[in-house]
Design a protein around this ligand. Structure first.
Ligand code: 5SP
Length: 809
């Protein structure tokens, strides 16, 4: 009878396969790096085909090294990074590279998800969020908003995990683990959440079947997969899950009260409980993420190993090794003779969930040595874990032990300090490769070598050592924690947040997501800059980006800053600022001037301020509006036409108006703003086309109501002008403004508008701004691709026939 099992850990940079016997003893391991990791220079992406290649190489090598015959292998299982999202066609072929878990492009979408207030969000932080850009829904929403063609074409949107299992077995299934922890799906698909985001269709793109860990997938290995791995066709494949959570099984942490602490550059705390819990400062609980009937709580620290690595490499240039640092730190008494450190070098994941928090060394004197600083950082990490545990205790979860794996197990000092600070015994297990062993356990269950996961864990995981806390040192640390460490963050928070609390990043998204490495944070910042300038989707003449710009004319002016923050958090792309001078062109309404724009810029430094000046003499305000911080300056064309009323020839009158307008547009651009021209409903499209043809403006705004007031009815006849402009300019940003809601946005998008201004429908939405923006954006995304595809076809035809853009109107 076949007696060996294969566990595969699909990590961030490589994939590692292990061959184990039914008692969990490893026979061999083999790793295979992904041949072309991060093929895209700016983002965290991976090629799914690389995963497949690496899987074949690692499994073959591990089986060969173990010296077992393929026929002696009873089953296999795979874990992968979680929230590495792929878009596939119906045959499982990737439509684009996968978005790796650490890809932070979806920071704005994460803020949008968090702001929608759906009941499925309640599991985290006692309902207070957060939602990370790492997770499935923000990433899928990013695809929908930024790459709508791919999103629409995707038959499947799923995880790295699901991709491999599909190619192994031919069955497209999801893991209960991923679905519960990162898809908001403890109780089935999060339908209300998706509805509020205007993306109900996503649940149809997800795998329809969700399997328990250890369940057999389909009919086992297909002939193609068997040939690729060198294993028998039909070999059972067991459902796996997220690497860290499968690692928890490999550590034997499955019973209520158990907690695993996975250490590396960061720390992850994953605990089991027999009842659902929710509280401030912790993630979860996730029902059944590992075992049916068991709930999982989660906490984390972003900078732990990376903080000591910063000291050794960053500060000391790697000139000292850890053995020396450990020895020097051992000689320093607990409390480091007055030095207390904060471990938030890359922000804090839990309990504070504050991406702006930072590390600190407080109480330095000239007698402190590098041994003090090293110990201070180790103590800070252990205190940080205590803060995580304290939040969990507050929610009703008190772990009885910590089972530890990863980098911290290499230092006796670290482990003892952790035990002493938390006052919990620390267990180490025999097999440090916990994720691969966790998969092997699931495979053993699928193969029938053990009847269930708890029995398999008992047979395959063994505690090799326990570190017990010292009561005296615990008492010292308890006092230090209460009197010093726990006071550091609240004291320093105002400093970390100074100048940041009001939208440090584009569109209200969090500045730096926890867990983002510098490279990815920089990429996110770069994206933010593109968002601020409204540049996405415009390069290369592609599909123009869908833009929702709430008009503050419908906001409560008594608390304008709060109102703007509210719609930014709800997912607004731009903020539309109507600056009317009270004249005829503004329908007699006198609204706001540059000082208000300056105040908004201060409050929302990263927001795109889309300023529309319905004024008789726009040139007069270019300086002041630029100085106030506007991102774009839209002026009406009518004053330029009025200046040439004496000209009887209509064509000449248009040309003269266009020349004057082009001069103004150039002055606007020279002051660093985008230039746009607006057309009243009664004004013909031919007046502004020369400006667009000459590339003199960045956007054309077709007013769908007469300027002046919000709440008017949409004038559908304007759409003929929109369609004409779109036919001539497939990639131009074309905006409509007035009477816009999800229904009229759909009409406008079908005609070719990609940007919409909506006041009443967003600020006064009874269903909330996030749902309103989501519905409007959904309408744009649904109808825009066909309009722009037709425009591209039309433009191509016109070019082939030798006609210029103006001729195709
Ligand atoms: O410029 C204007 C009106 O003149 C618009 O920006 C309105 O403020 C849009 O408001 P709703 O029609 O969406 O309420």
């Amino acid at each position: 009878m076949a007696k060996y099992v294969i566990g595969v850990d699909g990590g961030t940079e490589s994939l590692r396969a292990g061959v184990f016997d039914a008692q969990g003893r490893p026979l061999a391991f083999a790793s295979s790096p992904y041949p072309t990791s991060y093929p895209h220079p700016s983002w965290a992406e991976q090629s799914p085909e690389d995963w497949w290649t690496a899987l074949g190489a690692a499994v073959r090598a591990a089986v060969a090294q173990a010296g077992v015959s393929p026929g002696d292998v009873a089953a296999m299982s795979v874990d992968t990074t979680c929230c590495t999202v792929v878009a596939l066609d119906a045959e499982g072929r990737p439509l684009r590279p996968a978005l790796l878990w650490m890809d932070m492009r979806s920071a704005r979408q994460a803020a949008q998800v968090a702001a929608c207030g759906a009941p499925e969000l309640r599991v985290n932080g006692g309902g207070g969020g957060p939602v990370s850009a790492e997770w499935m829904v923000p990433k899928a929403l990013w695809l929908k908003q930024e790459e709508p063609n791919t999103y629409i074409a995707a038959h499947w949107i799923c995880e790295y995990q699901d991709y491999l299992n599909y190619h192994l077995t031919g069955a497209m299934v999801a893991s209960v683990d991923n679905v519960a922890i990162r898809w908001h799906g403890s109780d089935g698909p999060p339908l209300e959440l998706l509805r509020r985001l205007g993306m109900e269709e996503l649940s149809g793109k997800w795998p329809q079947e969700v399997l328990q860990l250890g369940a057999r997938i389909g009919g086992g290995l297909t002939a193609r997969a068997a040939a690729h791995l060198g294993l028998p066709e039909g070999l059972p494949v067991a459902q796996g899950g997220a690497d860290a959570f499968i690692g928890v099984i490999g550590l034997g942490v499955i019973a209520p009260g158990d907690m695993a602490m996975l250490t590396g550059s960061s720390h992850l705390h994953i605990g089991m409980t027999d009842r659902p819990l929710s509280g401030k400062g912790m993630f979860g609980s996730y029902r059944g993420a590992v075992l049916p009937g068991v709930h999982v709580v989660e906490g984390g620290q972003t900078s732990t190993g990376s903080a000591v690595n910063w000291l050794r490499r960053g500060l000391m240039g790697g000139a000292v090794d850890y053995a020396d640092l450990n020895a020097e730190a051992e000689a320093v008494p607990p409390g480091c003779e007055g030095l207390v450190c904060l471990d938030h070098f890359q922000g804090n994941r839990t309990p504070h969930t504050d991406p702006l928090s930072r590390g600190a060394l407080v109480g330095l004197t000239l007698k402190h040595t590098r041994g003090h600083v090293f110990r201070g950082l180790v103590e800070a990490v252990a205190f940080g874990t205590e803060a995580v545990l304290e939040a969990m205790r507050g929610a009703g979860y008190s772990p009885t032990s910590l089972t530890i794996a990863g980098g911290a197990t290499k230092s006796e000092l670290w482990m003892q300090v952790h035990a002493d600070v938390s006052n919990l015994p620390l267990h180490l297990t025999e097999v440090p490769d916990a994720p691969a062993l966790g998969c092997a356990i699931l495979a053993a269950v699928a193969a029938g070598l053990h009847p269930d996961i708890p029995t398999a864990v008992k047979a395959m995981v063994r505690v090799s050592r326990t570190i017990t806390p010292d009561p005296q040192r615990h008492a010292v640390y308890r006092r230090l924690y209460q009197e010093r460490y726990s006071k550091l963050y609240p004291a320093l928070r105002p400093l970390f947040h100074a100048g940041h609390d009001h939208a440090p990043t584009p569109n209200g998204a969090p500045a730096v997501e926890e867990g983002a490495s510098g490279q990815w944070a920089a990429a996110a910042a770069e994206a933010g800059e593109a968002a601020r300038q409204g540049r996405q989707g415009e390069e290369g003449g592609g599909l123009p980006r869908a833009i929702v710009s709430p008009s503050i004319l419908a906001a409560d002016f008594a608390c304008l800053g709060d109102e703007v923050e509210r719609v930014l958090a709800a997912g607004a792309d731009w903020i539309h600022v109507d600056m009317f001078d009270g004249g005829a062109i503004a329908g007699g309404n006198f609204t706001i001037g540059p000082p208000v724009v300056a105040a908004l810029r201060k409050r929302a430094p990263g927001a795109f301020l889309d300023c529309h000046l319905a004024v008789q003499d726009p040139a007069k305000y270019v300086e002041a509006v630029a100085a106030a911080g506007a991102s774009s300056f839209t002026f009406q064309i009518e004053p330029f036409l009025d200046a040439h009323t004496a000209q009887p020839d209509a064509a000449k009158r248009c040309a003269a108006a266009a020349a004057g307008a082009a001069e103004l547009a150039a002055a606007i651009r020279a002051r660093g703003m985008r230039a746009a021209v607006a057309v009243a409903p009664a004004t013909g499209v031919e007046v502004v086309m020369p400006l667009a043809d000459a590339g003199a403006v960045d956007m054309v705004l077709f007013m769908t109501v007469n300027c002046g007031f919000g709440g008017q009815s949409f004038q559908a006849q304007v759409l003929d002008k929109v369609a004409a402009a779109r036919r001539a300019h497939p990639s131009l940003t074309i905006q409509v403004d007035g009477g816009i809601n999800a229904t009229t946005a759909a009409l406008a998008a079908a005609a070719g508008a990609n940007a919409v201004v909506a006041g009443t429908a967003v600020f006064l939405a009874p269903e909330g701004a996030a749902a309103a923006i989501g519905a409007i954006r959904g309408a744009l995304l649904e109808h825009l691709p066909r309009a722009t595809a037709a425009a591209h076809a039309h433009a191509t035809l016109a070019a082939v026939e030798g006609a210029g853009p103006a001729a195709v109107l």
